[in-house]
Write a new protein. Structure first.
Length: 636
Protein backbone atom coordinates (compact mmCIF):
# COMPACT_ATOMS: atom_id res chain seq x y z
CA UNK A 1 0.00 0.00 0.00
CA UNK A 2 1.64 3.27 -1.12
CA UNK A 3 0.95 6.80 0.04
CA UNK A 4 -1.91 7.29 -2.39
CA UNK A 5 -3.71 4.21 -1.12
CA UNK A 6 -3.18 5.39 2.46
CA UNK A 7 -4.70 8.76 1.52
CA UNK A 8 -7.68 7.05 -0.06
CA UNK A 9 -8.11 4.88 3.04
CA UNK A 10 -8.01 8.02 5.21
CA UNK A 11 -10.76 9.60 3.07
CA UNK A 12 -12.86 6.46 3.46
CA UNK A 13 -12.38 6.48 7.24
CA UNK A 14 -13.37 10.15 7.47
CA UNK A 15 -16.42 9.55 5.26
CA UNK A 16 -17.49 6.55 7.31
CA UNK A 17 -17.18 8.64 10.49
CA UNK A 18 -19.44 11.28 8.92
CA UNK A 19 -21.87 8.56 7.81
CA UNK A 20 -21.94 7.14 11.35
CA UNK A 21 -22.89 10.62 12.57
CA UNK A 22 -25.80 10.60 10.11
CA UNK A 23 -26.69 7.05 11.14
CA UNK A 24 -26.94 8.08 14.80
CA UNK A 25 -29.23 10.93 13.79
CA UNK A 26 -31.35 8.57 11.74
CA UNK A 27 -31.63 6.16 14.67
CA UNK A 28 -32.83 9.00 16.89
CA UNK A 29 -35.44 10.00 14.31
CA UNK A 30 -36.64 6.41 14.05
CA UNK A 31 -36.85 6.17 17.84
CA UNK A 32 -38.91 9.36 17.97
CA UNK A 33 -41.43 8.03 15.43
CA UNK A 34 -42.95 5.05 17.26
CA UNK A 35 -46.69 5.68 16.94
CA UNK A 36 -48.74 2.87 15.38
CA UNK A 37 -52.47 2.96 14.60
CA UNK A 38 -54.64 -0.16 14.54
CA UNK A 39 -57.32 0.22 11.86
CA UNK A 40 -60.26 -2.21 11.72
CA UNK A 41 -61.79 -3.15 8.38
CA UNK A 42 -65.37 -1.84 8.35
CA UNK A 43 -66.89 -4.63 6.25
CA UNK A 44 -65.47 -7.26 8.60
CA UNK A 45 -66.65 -5.37 11.65
CA UNK A 46 -70.20 -5.21 10.31
CA UNK A 47 -70.18 -8.95 9.56
CA UNK A 48 -68.80 -9.87 13.00
CA UNK A 49 -71.36 -7.63 14.70
CA UNK A 50 -74.17 -9.39 12.84
CA UNK A 51 -72.75 -12.83 13.73
CA UNK A 52 -72.47 -11.84 17.38
CA UNK A 53 -75.96 -10.35 17.54
CA UNK A 54 -74.57 -6.93 18.41
CA UNK A 55 -74.97 -3.51 16.95
CA UNK A 56 -71.96 -2.14 15.16
CA UNK A 57 -71.31 0.58 17.80
CA UNK A 58 -71.41 -2.06 20.58
CA UNK A 59 -68.78 -4.17 18.81
CA UNK A 60 -66.63 -1.16 18.04
CA UNK A 61 -66.57 -0.04 21.67
CA UNK A 62 -65.07 -3.37 22.66
CA UNK A 63 -62.51 -3.20 19.85
CA UNK A 64 -61.54 0.33 20.85
CA UNK A 65 -61.00 -0.79 24.44
CA UNK A 66 -58.86 -3.64 23.10
CA UNK A 67 -56.58 -1.18 21.27
CA UNK A 68 -58.18 -0.26 17.94
CA UNK A 69 -57.89 3.36 16.95
CA UNK A 70 -59.84 3.71 13.72
CA UNK A 71 -62.47 2.12 11.49
CA UNK A 72 -61.89 1.84 7.73
CA UNK A 73 -65.10 2.81 5.94
CA UNK A 74 -65.32 1.66 2.34
CA UNK A 75 -66.91 3.83 -0.32
CA UNK A 76 -70.13 2.21 -1.54
CA UNK A 77 -70.92 1.80 -5.21
CA UNK A 78 -74.29 1.81 -6.91
CA UNK A 79 -73.94 -1.97 -7.16
CA UNK A 80 -73.37 -2.20 -3.39
CA UNK A 81 -76.54 -0.26 -2.70
CA UNK A 82 -78.47 -2.53 -5.07
CA UNK A 83 -77.06 -5.62 -3.33
CA UNK A 84 -78.11 -4.20 0.05
CA UNK A 85 -81.64 -3.71 -1.24
CA UNK A 86 -81.56 0.02 -0.59
CA UNK A 87 -82.08 0.93 -4.24
CA UNK A 88 -83.40 -0.84 -7.32
CA UNK A 89 -81.76 -0.28 -10.69
CA UNK A 90 -83.78 -0.42 -13.89
CA UNK A 91 -82.26 -0.10 -17.35
CA UNK A 92 -83.87 1.32 -20.45
CA UNK A 93 -81.41 1.59 -23.32
CA UNK A 94 -78.51 3.76 -22.27
CA UNK A 95 -80.42 5.17 -19.32
CA UNK A 96 -80.39 3.80 -15.78
CA UNK A 97 -83.11 4.58 -13.23
CA UNK A 98 -82.36 4.21 -9.51
CA UNK A 99 -85.47 3.80 -7.38
CA UNK A 100 -85.37 3.91 -3.58
CA UNK A 101 -88.00 4.09 -0.85
CA UNK A 102 -85.60 6.17 1.25
CA UNK A 103 -86.17 9.81 0.47
CA UNK A 104 -83.14 10.85 2.54
CA UNK A 105 -80.92 8.42 0.60
CA UNK A 106 -82.16 9.81 -2.71
CA UNK A 107 -81.54 13.37 -1.54
CA UNK A 108 -78.06 12.34 -0.39
CA UNK A 109 -77.29 10.33 -3.51
CA UNK A 110 -78.41 12.66 -6.31
CA UNK A 111 -75.95 15.53 -5.70
CA UNK A 112 -73.06 13.09 -5.23
CA UNK A 113 -73.88 11.40 -8.51
CA UNK A 114 -73.96 14.81 -10.13
CA UNK A 115 -70.47 15.58 -8.77
CA UNK A 116 -69.04 12.26 -9.94
CA UNK A 117 -70.74 12.48 -13.35
CA UNK A 118 -70.62 16.19 -14.15
CA UNK A 119 -71.24 15.61 -17.89
CA UNK A 120 -74.07 13.10 -17.48
CA UNK A 121 -77.72 14.13 -17.40
CA UNK A 122 -79.19 13.37 -13.95
CA UNK A 123 -82.79 13.99 -12.92
CA UNK A 124 -84.57 13.36 -9.62
CA UNK A 125 -88.24 12.49 -9.77
CA UNK A 126 -90.86 11.57 -7.16
CA UNK A 127 -92.75 9.76 -5.76
CA UNK A 128 -91.14 7.33 -5.08
CA UNK A 129 -87.74 8.96 -5.44
CA UNK A 130 -86.27 8.04 -8.85
CA UNK A 131 -82.82 9.11 -10.02
CA UNK A 132 -82.37 8.87 -13.76
CA UNK A 133 -78.83 8.63 -15.17
CA UNK A 134 -78.02 8.80 -18.84
CA UNK A 135 -75.30 6.14 -18.57
CA UNK A 136 -75.30 2.36 -19.25
CA UNK A 137 -76.29 0.12 -16.31
CA UNK A 138 -72.93 -1.67 -16.23
CA UNK A 139 -71.08 1.60 -15.81
CA UNK A 140 -73.47 2.74 -13.09
CA UNK A 141 -72.94 -0.44 -11.07
CA UNK A 142 -69.19 0.23 -10.59
CA UNK A 143 -69.66 3.89 -9.74
CA UNK A 144 -68.63 4.77 -6.13
CA UNK A 145 -71.02 7.27 -4.68
CA UNK A 146 -70.79 7.70 -0.91
CA UNK A 147 -69.25 6.62 2.36
CA UNK A 148 -71.87 4.81 4.48
CA UNK A 149 -73.22 7.32 6.97
CA UNK A 150 -74.15 4.56 9.43
CA UNK A 151 -70.58 3.26 9.71
CA UNK A 152 -69.17 6.76 10.08
CA UNK A 153 -71.65 7.48 12.87
CA UNK A 154 -70.89 4.13 14.54
CA UNK A 155 -67.16 4.88 14.54
CA UNK A 156 -67.71 8.31 16.05
CA UNK A 157 -70.06 6.89 18.69
CA UNK A 158 -67.43 4.30 19.67
CA UNK A 159 -64.65 6.89 19.86
CA UNK A 160 -62.82 5.63 16.78
CA UNK A 161 -61.29 7.72 14.03
CA UNK A 162 -62.54 7.27 10.47
CA UNK A 163 -60.29 6.02 7.68
CA UNK A 164 -61.76 6.49 4.21
CA UNK A 165 -61.38 3.75 1.60
CA UNK A 166 -61.89 5.45 -1.75
CA UNK A 167 -61.78 3.67 -5.10
CA UNK A 168 -61.07 4.57 -8.68
CA UNK A 169 -63.67 4.14 -11.40
CA UNK A 170 -63.81 4.28 -15.21
CA UNK A 171 -64.46 7.70 -16.63
CA UNK A 172 -63.35 9.61 -13.51
CA UNK A 173 -63.00 13.35 -14.09
CA UNK A 174 -61.35 16.16 -12.17
CA UNK A 175 -64.62 17.15 -10.41
CA UNK A 176 -65.31 13.49 -9.61
CA UNK A 177 -61.89 13.00 -7.99
CA UNK A 178 -62.21 16.21 -6.00
CA UNK A 179 -65.72 15.23 -4.91
CA UNK A 180 -64.52 11.84 -3.64
CA UNK A 181 -61.72 13.44 -1.64
CA UNK A 182 -64.14 16.02 -0.27
CA UNK A 183 -66.47 13.18 0.77
CA UNK A 184 -63.64 11.65 2.82
CA UNK A 185 -62.80 14.94 4.48
CA UNK A 186 -66.47 15.64 5.25
CA UNK A 187 -66.75 12.24 6.93
CA UNK A 188 -63.99 13.30 9.34
CA UNK A 189 -61.27 11.11 7.85
CA UNK A 190 -57.63 12.14 8.14
CA UNK A 191 -56.22 9.02 6.48
CA UNK A 192 -57.16 7.56 3.09
CA UNK A 193 -56.36 3.96 2.14
CA UNK A 194 -57.50 3.25 -1.41
CA UNK A 195 -59.65 0.26 -2.25
CA UNK A 196 -59.07 -2.34 -5.00
CA UNK A 197 -56.10 -2.36 -7.40
CA UNK A 198 -55.86 1.31 -8.36
CA UNK A 199 -55.30 4.67 -6.75
CA UNK A 200 -58.09 7.20 -7.25
CA UNK A 201 -57.32 9.12 -10.43
CA UNK A 202 -55.04 6.46 -11.94
CA UNK A 203 -53.42 7.15 -14.22
CA UNK A 204 -54.04 10.59 -15.69
CA UNK A 205 -55.46 12.39 -12.63
CA UNK A 206 -53.13 11.33 -9.82
CA UNK A 207 -51.83 14.89 -9.59
CA UNK A 208 -55.42 16.03 -9.00
CA UNK A 209 -55.82 13.43 -6.25
CA UNK A 210 -52.58 14.59 -4.62
CA UNK A 211 -53.54 18.27 -4.77
CA UNK A 212 -57.02 17.59 -3.40
CA UNK A 213 -55.67 15.51 -0.52
CA UNK A 214 -53.03 18.08 0.35
CA UNK A 215 -55.58 20.89 0.26
CA UNK A 216 -57.85 19.00 2.68
CA UNK A 217 -55.02 17.91 4.98
CA UNK A 218 -55.45 14.19 4.26
CA UNK A 219 -52.78 11.52 4.61
CA UNK A 220 -52.12 8.72 2.12
CA UNK A 221 -51.89 5.19 3.53
CA UNK A 222 -49.64 3.22 1.20
CA UNK A 223 -50.15 -0.54 1.62
CA UNK A 224 -46.81 -2.31 1.42
CA UNK A 225 -46.41 -4.98 -1.28
CA UNK A 226 -50.00 -4.45 -2.44
CA UNK A 227 -48.91 -3.24 -5.86
CA UNK A 228 -51.79 -0.79 -6.27
CA UNK A 229 -51.38 0.92 -9.62
CA UNK A 230 -50.29 4.51 -9.15
CA UNK A 231 -49.32 4.24 -5.47
CA UNK A 232 -45.67 5.10 -6.14
CA UNK A 233 -46.65 8.19 -8.14
CA UNK A 234 -49.00 9.41 -5.42
CA UNK A 235 -46.46 8.69 -2.66
CA UNK A 236 -43.89 10.74 -4.57
CA UNK A 237 -46.30 13.66 -4.78
CA UNK A 238 -47.34 13.29 -1.13
CA UNK A 239 -43.91 12.32 0.21
CA UNK A 240 -44.49 14.30 3.43
CA UNK A 241 -48.05 13.04 3.87
CA UNK A 242 -47.63 9.28 3.40
CA UNK A 243 -47.67 6.52 6.02
CA UNK A 244 -46.85 2.86 5.42
CA UNK A 245 -49.64 0.31 5.96
CA UNK A 246 -49.38 -3.42 6.58
CA UNK A 247 -52.35 -5.66 5.89
CA UNK A 248 -53.04 -9.37 5.60
CA UNK A 249 -54.85 -10.19 2.37
CA UNK A 250 -58.40 -11.49 2.32
CA UNK A 251 -57.24 -14.82 0.88
CA UNK A 252 -54.68 -15.30 3.67
CA UNK A 253 -57.33 -14.46 6.27
CA UNK A 254 -59.33 -17.53 5.24
CA UNK A 255 -56.88 -19.70 7.21
CA UNK A 256 -55.16 -17.12 9.40
CA UNK A 257 -54.90 -17.64 13.17
CA UNK A 258 -53.93 -15.00 15.75
CA UNK A 259 -50.73 -16.83 16.72
CA UNK A 260 -49.40 -16.20 13.21
CA UNK A 261 -51.00 -12.82 12.51
CA UNK A 262 -49.97 -11.05 15.73
CA UNK A 263 -46.18 -11.51 15.28
CA UNK A 264 -46.58 -10.54 11.64
CA UNK A 265 -48.00 -7.13 12.53
CA UNK A 266 -45.33 -6.63 15.19
CA UNK A 267 -42.51 -7.51 12.79
CA UNK A 268 -43.96 -5.15 10.21
CA UNK A 269 -43.88 -2.25 12.66
CA UNK A 270 -40.49 -3.15 14.10
CA UNK A 271 -38.59 -4.18 11.00
CA UNK A 272 -40.22 -2.10 8.24
CA UNK A 273 -41.38 1.11 9.92
CA UNK A 274 -45.05 0.28 9.36
CA UNK A 275 -47.23 2.85 11.09
CA UNK A 276 -50.72 1.52 10.29
CA UNK A 277 -51.76 -2.04 11.13
CA UNK A 278 -54.80 -2.63 8.91
CA UNK A 279 -56.60 -5.49 10.65
CA UNK A 280 -59.09 -7.69 8.88
CA UNK A 281 -61.14 -9.55 11.44
CA UNK A 282 -61.58 -13.30 11.51
CA UNK A 283 -65.01 -13.95 10.02
CA UNK A 284 -65.02 -17.76 9.96
CA UNK A 285 -67.60 -19.69 11.98
CA UNK A 286 -66.74 -19.21 15.66
CA UNK A 287 -68.59 -19.93 18.92
CA UNK A 288 -67.90 -16.37 20.14
CA UNK A 289 -66.97 -14.14 17.18
CA UNK A 290 -67.03 -10.95 19.25
CA UNK A 291 -64.83 -12.26 22.03
CA UNK A 292 -62.44 -14.03 19.64
CA UNK A 293 -61.85 -10.91 17.55
CA UNK A 294 -61.64 -8.63 20.56
CA UNK A 295 -58.92 -10.87 21.99
CA UNK A 296 -57.24 -10.88 18.58
CA UNK A 297 -57.07 -7.08 18.44
CA UNK A 298 -55.98 -6.92 22.08
CA UNK A 299 -53.13 -9.34 21.36
CA UNK A 300 -51.91 -7.13 18.49
CA UNK A 301 -52.03 -4.06 20.72
CA UNK A 302 -50.22 -5.76 23.59
CA UNK A 303 -47.54 -7.13 21.28
CA UNK A 304 -46.90 -3.68 19.80
CA UNK A 305 -46.70 -2.07 23.23
CA UNK A 306 -44.33 -4.79 24.42
CA UNK A 307 -41.92 -3.83 21.62
CA UNK A 308 -41.94 -0.17 22.67
CA UNK A 309 -44.57 1.23 20.32
CA UNK A 310 -47.34 3.66 21.26
CA UNK A 311 -50.88 3.30 19.95
CA UNK A 312 -52.40 6.41 18.46
CA UNK A 313 -53.10 8.31 15.28
CA UNK A 314 -50.58 7.50 12.55
CA UNK A 315 -48.44 10.38 11.34
CA UNK A 316 -45.71 10.63 8.67
CA UNK A 317 -42.07 10.52 9.69
CA UNK A 318 -40.78 13.87 10.90
CA UNK A 319 -37.23 15.14 11.40
CA UNK A 320 -35.59 18.24 12.88
CA UNK A 321 -35.34 21.29 10.65
CA UNK A 322 -32.29 21.17 8.43
CA UNK A 323 -31.93 17.40 8.52
CA UNK A 324 -29.75 15.98 7.10
CA UNK A 325 -26.82 18.43 7.16
CA UNK A 326 -24.88 18.71 3.94
CA UNK A 327 -21.27 18.33 5.08
CA UNK A 328 -21.47 14.72 6.30
CA UNK A 329 -23.26 13.64 3.14
CA UNK A 330 -20.56 15.36 1.08
CA UNK A 331 -17.88 13.55 3.10
CA UNK A 332 -19.68 10.25 2.51
CA UNK A 333 -19.82 10.92 -1.23
CA UNK A 334 -16.07 11.65 -1.32
CA UNK A 335 -15.43 8.43 0.62
CA UNK A 336 -17.33 6.44 -1.99
CA UNK A 337 -15.04 7.84 -4.71
CA UNK A 338 -12.00 7.00 -2.58
CA UNK A 339 -13.27 3.44 -2.14
CA UNK A 340 -13.73 3.16 -5.89
CA UNK A 341 -10.11 4.20 -6.41
CA UNK A 342 -8.90 1.61 -3.90
CA UNK A 343 -10.78 -1.09 -5.78
CA UNK A 344 -9.59 0.14 -9.17
CA UNK A 345 -5.95 0.06 -8.04
CA UNK A 346 -6.39 -3.49 -6.74
CA UNK A 347 -7.63 -4.55 -10.17
CA UNK A 348 -5.39 -2.39 -12.37
CA UNK A 349 -1.95 -1.18 -11.17
CA UNK A 350 -2.48 2.52 -11.83
CA UNK A 351 0.24 4.95 -10.79
CA UNK A 352 -0.44 7.70 -8.29
CA UNK A 353 -0.72 10.41 -10.96
CA UNK A 354 -3.30 8.44 -12.93
CA UNK A 355 -5.19 7.52 -9.76
CA UNK A 356 -5.43 11.07 -8.47
CA UNK A 357 -6.29 12.37 -11.92
CA UNK A 358 -9.23 9.99 -12.21
CA UNK A 359 -10.28 10.76 -8.62
CA UNK A 360 -10.22 14.54 -9.13
CA UNK A 361 -12.11 14.27 -12.42
CA UNK A 362 -14.76 12.10 -10.74
CA UNK A 363 -14.95 14.57 -7.87
CA UNK A 364 -15.51 17.44 -10.31
CA UNK A 365 -18.30 15.51 -12.04
CA UNK A 366 -19.86 14.76 -8.67
CA UNK A 367 -19.71 18.43 -7.66
CA UNK A 368 -21.46 19.38 -10.88
CA UNK A 369 -24.13 16.78 -10.21
CA UNK A 370 -24.61 18.12 -6.68
CA UNK A 371 -25.01 21.65 -8.06
CA UNK A 372 -27.44 20.92 -10.88
CA UNK A 373 -29.10 17.58 -10.02
CA UNK A 374 -28.67 17.13 -6.24
CA UNK A 375 -31.28 14.36 -6.12
CA UNK A 376 -28.92 12.15 -8.11
CA UNK A 377 -26.12 12.31 -5.54
CA UNK A 378 -27.70 9.69 -3.30
CA UNK A 379 -28.83 7.58 -6.26
CA UNK A 380 -25.46 7.46 -8.04
CA UNK A 381 -23.33 7.51 -4.89
CA UNK A 382 -25.35 4.76 -3.22
CA UNK A 383 -25.23 2.53 -6.30
CA UNK A 384 -21.47 3.07 -6.67
CA UNK A 385 -20.93 2.20 -3.00
CA UNK A 386 -23.05 -0.95 -3.39
CA UNK A 387 -20.92 -1.99 -6.37
CA UNK A 388 -17.53 -1.07 -4.93
CA UNK A 389 -17.36 -2.14 -1.30
CA UNK A 390 -18.62 -5.76 -1.48
CA UNK A 391 -16.29 -6.23 -4.46
CA UNK A 392 -13.38 -4.64 -2.61
CA UNK A 393 -14.11 -6.79 0.45
CA UNK A 394 -14.05 -10.05 -1.51
CA UNK A 395 -11.06 -9.11 -3.67
CA UNK A 396 -9.12 -8.09 -0.56
CA UNK A 397 -9.94 -11.39 1.14
CA UNK A 398 -8.82 -13.45 -1.87
CA UNK A 399 -5.74 -11.40 -2.73
CA UNK A 400 -4.66 -11.33 0.89
CA UNK A 401 -4.23 -15.11 1.01
CA UNK A 402 -1.46 -15.13 -1.58
CA UNK A 403 1.85 -15.95 0.04
CA UNK A 404 4.22 -18.66 1.23
CA UNK A 405 2.23 -19.78 4.31
CA UNK A 406 0.16 -22.55 2.71
CA UNK A 407 0.96 -25.46 4.99
CA UNK A 408 -0.25 -24.26 8.38
CA UNK A 409 -2.19 -26.50 10.71
CA UNK A 410 -5.96 -26.66 11.14
CA UNK A 411 -6.13 -24.05 13.96
CA UNK A 412 -4.12 -21.64 11.84
CA UNK A 413 -6.42 -22.24 8.87
CA UNK A 414 -9.49 -21.53 10.99
CA UNK A 415 -8.01 -18.32 12.38
CA UNK A 416 -7.02 -17.13 8.90
CA UNK A 417 -10.43 -17.91 7.43
CA UNK A 418 -12.33 -16.21 10.28
CA UNK A 419 -10.03 -13.18 10.17
CA UNK A 420 -10.49 -12.77 6.43
CA UNK A 421 -14.26 -13.07 6.80
CA UNK A 422 -14.39 -10.47 9.57
CA UNK A 423 -12.14 -8.11 7.62
CA UNK A 424 -14.24 -8.46 4.48
CA UNK A 425 -17.44 -7.82 6.44
CA UNK A 426 -15.86 -4.71 7.99
CA UNK A 427 -15.15 -3.34 4.49
CA UNK A 428 -18.72 -4.11 3.37
CA UNK A 429 -20.10 -2.51 6.54
CA UNK A 430 -18.08 0.62 5.76
CA UNK A 431 -19.83 0.74 2.39
CA UNK A 432 -23.17 0.14 4.10
CA UNK A 433 -22.52 3.08 6.43
CA UNK A 434 -21.83 5.31 3.42
CA UNK A 435 -25.07 4.20 1.76
CA UNK A 436 -26.96 4.96 4.98
CA UNK A 437 -25.35 8.38 5.12
CA UNK A 438 -26.19 9.24 1.51
CA UNK A 439 -29.79 8.03 1.92
CA UNK A 440 -30.46 9.78 5.22
CA UNK A 441 -33.46 11.88 4.22
CA UNK A 442 -36.77 11.23 5.93
CA UNK A 443 -38.40 10.11 2.69
CA UNK A 444 -35.96 7.22 2.47
CA UNK A 445 -36.59 6.12 6.07
CA UNK A 446 -40.32 5.96 5.49
CA UNK A 447 -39.82 3.80 2.40
CA UNK A 448 -41.02 6.40 -0.12
CA UNK A 449 -37.75 6.62 -2.04
CA UNK A 450 -36.21 3.14 -2.25
CA UNK A 451 -32.67 2.24 -3.22
CA UNK A 452 -32.12 2.38 -6.96
CA UNK A 453 -30.29 -0.40 -8.79
CA UNK A 454 -30.85 -3.45 -6.58
CA UNK A 455 -30.31 -6.03 -9.35
CA UNK A 456 -27.23 -4.29 -10.75
CA UNK A 457 -25.69 -3.93 -7.30
CA UNK A 458 -26.15 -7.68 -6.84
CA UNK A 459 -24.81 -8.92 -10.19
CA UNK A 460 -22.05 -6.32 -10.66
CA UNK A 461 -19.80 -7.33 -7.74
CA UNK A 462 -20.14 -11.03 -8.60
CA UNK A 463 -19.04 -10.43 -12.19
CA UNK A 464 -16.04 -8.31 -11.13
CA UNK A 465 -14.95 -10.81 -8.48
CA UNK A 466 -15.22 -13.69 -10.93
CA UNK A 467 -13.11 -11.84 -13.52
CA UNK A 468 -10.54 -10.76 -10.93
CA UNK A 469 -10.04 -14.28 -9.56
CA UNK A 470 -9.97 -15.88 -13.01
CA UNK A 471 -7.36 -13.33 -14.16
CA UNK A 472 -5.48 -13.90 -10.88
CA UNK A 473 -4.91 -10.17 -10.33
CA UNK A 474 -2.50 -9.73 -7.44
CA UNK A 475 -3.24 -6.16 -6.39
CA UNK A 476 0.48 -5.40 -6.31
CA UNK A 477 2.17 -2.42 -7.90
CA UNK A 478 3.66 -3.35 -11.28
CA UNK A 479 3.99 -1.91 -14.76
CA UNK A 480 0.84 -1.83 -16.86
CA UNK A 481 2.39 -3.75 -19.81
CA UNK A 482 3.52 -6.57 -17.52
CA UNK A 483 0.09 -6.61 -15.80
CA UNK A 484 -1.65 -6.79 -19.17
CA UNK A 485 0.51 -9.65 -20.45
CA UNK A 486 0.05 -11.69 -17.29
CA UNK A 487 -3.69 -11.03 -17.08
CA UNK A 488 -4.27 -11.84 -20.75
CA UNK A 489 -2.25 -15.04 -20.48
CA UNK A 490 -4.19 -16.17 -17.42
CA UNK A 491 -7.54 -15.47 -19.11
CA UNK A 492 -6.45 -17.37 -22.23
CA UNK A 493 -5.40 -20.34 -20.09
CA UNK A 494 -8.72 -20.33 -18.30
CA UNK A 495 -10.77 -20.13 -21.50
CA UNK A 496 -8.73 -22.78 -23.30
CA UNK A 497 -8.95 -25.44 -20.60
CA UNK A 498 -11.05 -28.52 -21.50
CA UNK A 499 -14.68 -28.58 -20.39
CA UNK A 500 -15.95 -31.73 -18.70
CA UNK A 501 -19.41 -32.81 -17.64
CA UNK A 502 -18.82 -31.97 -13.97
CA UNK A 503 -17.73 -28.43 -14.78
CA UNK A 504 -20.75 -27.89 -17.04
CA UNK A 505 -23.09 -29.19 -14.36
CA UNK A 506 -21.56 -26.90 -11.74
CA UNK A 507 -21.69 -23.87 -14.05
CA UNK A 508 -25.34 -24.46 -14.96
CA UNK A 509 -26.19 -24.99 -11.28
CA UNK A 510 -24.42 -21.74 -10.42
CA UNK A 511 -26.31 -19.83 -13.12
CA UNK A 512 -29.62 -21.31 -11.95
CA UNK A 513 -28.77 -20.44 -8.36
CA UNK A 514 -27.90 -16.87 -9.32
CA UNK A 515 -31.15 -16.49 -11.26
CA UNK A 516 -33.11 -17.86 -8.31
CA UNK A 517 -31.34 -15.48 -5.94
CA UNK A 518 -32.14 -12.52 -8.20
CA UNK A 519 -35.84 -13.40 -8.08
CA UNK A 520 -35.63 -13.22 -4.29
CA UNK A 521 -33.80 -9.88 -4.25
CA UNK A 522 -35.46 -6.52 -3.62
CA UNK A 523 -38.38 -5.16 -1.63
CA UNK A 524 -40.92 -7.12 -3.67
CA UNK A 525 -39.31 -10.42 -4.70
CA UNK A 526 -40.73 -12.37 -7.64
CA UNK A 527 -40.74 -15.70 -5.77
CA UNK A 528 -42.02 -16.09 -2.24
CA UNK A 529 -40.17 -18.28 0.27
CA UNK A 530 -41.19 -21.93 0.55
CA UNK A 531 -43.11 -23.32 3.51
CA UNK A 532 -39.91 -24.88 4.89
CA UNK A 533 -38.03 -21.59 4.62
CA UNK A 534 -40.89 -19.73 6.30
CA UNK A 535 -40.75 -22.22 9.17
CA UNK A 536 -36.98 -21.85 9.42
CA UNK A 537 -37.33 -18.07 9.48
CA UNK A 538 -39.82 -18.29 12.31
CA UNK A 539 -37.44 -20.47 14.33
CA UNK A 540 -34.56 -18.06 13.75
CA UNK A 541 -36.68 -15.04 14.65
CA UNK A 542 -37.90 -16.63 17.87
CA UNK A 543 -34.33 -17.62 18.78
CA UNK A 544 -32.28 -14.63 17.62
CA UNK A 545 -34.94 -11.83 17.72
CA UNK A 546 -33.81 -10.70 14.24
CA UNK A 547 -33.17 -13.48 11.76
CA UNK A 548 -30.01 -13.38 9.61
CA UNK A 549 -30.23 -13.65 5.83
CA UNK A 550 -30.03 -17.22 4.55
CA UNK A 551 -27.70 -16.36 1.67
CA UNK A 552 -25.22 -14.92 4.16
CA UNK A 553 -24.90 -17.55 6.89
CA UNK A 554 -25.58 -20.63 4.74
CA UNK A 555 -23.86 -19.60 1.50
CA UNK A 556 -21.84 -16.40 1.29
CA UNK A 557 -19.84 -16.36 4.53
CA UNK A 558 -18.99 -20.10 4.55
CA UNK A 559 -18.01 -19.88 0.86
CA UNK A 560 -15.66 -16.98 1.55
CA UNK A 561 -13.98 -18.95 4.34
CA UNK A 562 -13.69 -21.92 1.99
CA UNK A 563 -12.12 -19.62 -0.63
CA UNK A 564 -9.50 -18.61 1.94
CA UNK A 565 -8.74 -22.28 2.58
CA UNK A 566 -8.39 -23.02 -1.14
CA UNK A 567 -6.10 -20.04 -1.62
CA UNK A 568 -3.90 -20.91 1.33
CA UNK A 569 -3.57 -24.48 0.02
CA UNK A 570 -2.91 -23.11 -3.48
CA UNK A 571 -5.85 -25.05 -4.90
CA UNK A 572 -7.09 -22.55 -7.46
CA UNK A 573 -9.11 -24.75 -9.84
CA UNK A 574 -12.42 -24.07 -8.08
CA UNK A 575 -11.40 -20.79 -6.45
CA UNK A 576 -13.18 -18.48 -8.99
CA UNK A 577 -16.54 -20.16 -8.41
CA UNK A 578 -16.13 -20.39 -4.61
CA UNK A 579 -14.91 -16.79 -4.29
CA UNK A 580 -17.86 -15.57 -6.37
CA UNK A 581 -20.21 -17.45 -4.06
CA UNK A 582 -18.41 -15.77 -1.15
CA UNK A 583 -19.10 -12.38 -2.71
CA UNK A 584 -22.84 -13.09 -2.39
CA UNK A 585 -22.54 -12.80 1.38
CA UNK A 586 -20.84 -9.40 1.13
CA UNK A 587 -23.39 -8.13 -1.39
CA UNK A 588 -26.22 -9.33 0.84
CA UNK A 589 -24.68 -7.70 3.90
CA UNK A 590 -24.58 -4.29 2.24
CA UNK A 591 -27.97 -4.81 0.62
CA UNK A 592 -29.46 -5.30 4.10
CA UNK A 593 -28.82 -1.61 4.79
CA UNK A 594 -30.42 -0.62 1.47
CA UNK A 595 -33.86 -1.44 2.91
CA UNK A 596 -34.23 2.08 4.28
CA UNK A 597 -37.66 1.46 5.76
CA UNK A 598 -36.03 -1.05 8.12
CA UNK A 599 -34.83 0.56 11.37
CA UNK A 600 -31.07 0.83 11.50
CA UNK A 601 -30.61 -1.25 14.63
CA UNK A 602 -32.56 -4.13 13.05
CA UNK A 603 -30.28 -4.13 9.98
CA UNK A 604 -27.18 -4.03 12.18
CA UNK A 605 -28.40 -6.88 14.38
CA UNK A 606 -29.37 -8.91 11.30
CA UNK A 607 -25.88 -8.50 9.86
CA UNK A 608 -24.13 -9.40 13.12
CA UNK A 609 -26.26 -12.52 13.48
CA UNK A 610 -25.42 -13.48 9.92
CA UNK A 611 -21.71 -12.93 10.59
CA UNK A 612 -21.33 -15.08 13.71
CA UNK A 613 -23.66 -17.78 12.45
CA UNK A 614 -21.99 -17.80 9.02
CA UNK A 615 -18.57 -17.96 10.68
CA UNK A 616 -19.72 -20.96 12.70
CA UNK A 617 -21.03 -22.77 9.61
CA UNK A 618 -17.89 -21.83 7.68
CA UNK A 619 -15.68 -23.09 10.49
CA UNK A 620 -17.37 -26.48 10.26
CA UNK A 621 -16.83 -26.54 6.50
CA UNK A 622 -13.17 -25.52 6.78
CA UNK A 623 -12.57 -28.00 9.59
CA UNK A 624 -14.19 -30.87 7.67
CA UNK A 625 -12.23 -30.16 4.48
CA UNK A 626 -8.96 -29.54 6.28
CA UNK A 627 -9.20 -32.79 8.23
CA UNK A 628 -10.09 -34.76 5.08
CA UNK A 629 -7.41 -33.04 3.00
CA UNK A 630 -5.34 -36.19 2.71
CA UNK A 631 -8.08 -37.61 0.46
CA UNK A 632 -7.86 -34.76 -2.00
CA UNK A 633 -6.07 -34.98 -5.27
CA UNK A 634 -3.91 -32.00 -6.12
CA UNK A 635 -5.56 -29.63 -8.59
CA UNK A 636 -3.46 -27.96 -11.29
Amino acid sequence: MDRSDKAFVLLVVLGVAAAVFLGIGRARIENANRMVEIVIDGDDARLVATSAGKTLPELLVGLRQAGAGALAVRELTVGDLVAQGRIMAMALGDETSLITPEGSLAAHLAPRLALRLPKAEITLGAPPPVISLRIPPGQASELPVLLPVEEVAAAEAAGLRVVARLRNFPGATVPAVEAAVEEAASAGARLVIFDKEEILGYDGLISVTADAMRERDLLFGRVEMAGQRGDGNLAHRLFDRTVRVHSISESDMLTMVPSVAVPRYTRAAEERNIRVAYVRLITRALPDPEGYNTDYVRAIAQSLRARGFELGEATPFSAPTGWPPRWPRAAAAVAVLAGAMLLLRRLIPLGSIWAWGIALLSLALGAGMAAFRPQLVATCGGLLAALVFPTLATVWAVQGIRGPHRRGGVPWLLRAAVWRLVGACAISLAGAALVVGLYSRVGHMSGLAPFTGVKLSFVGPLAIVLAAVVADVSGKIESLPLWWIRTRTRLQQFLSQPVNVLLLAVVFAAIAGLAFTLTRTGNQPVLSPSAFEVKMRQVLESTLVVRPRTKEFLLGHPALMLAVLLGLRNRRAWLPLVATAGAIGQVSLLNTFCHFHTPLYVSLLRSLNGLWLGAAVGALVVLALAVSERYWTRSP
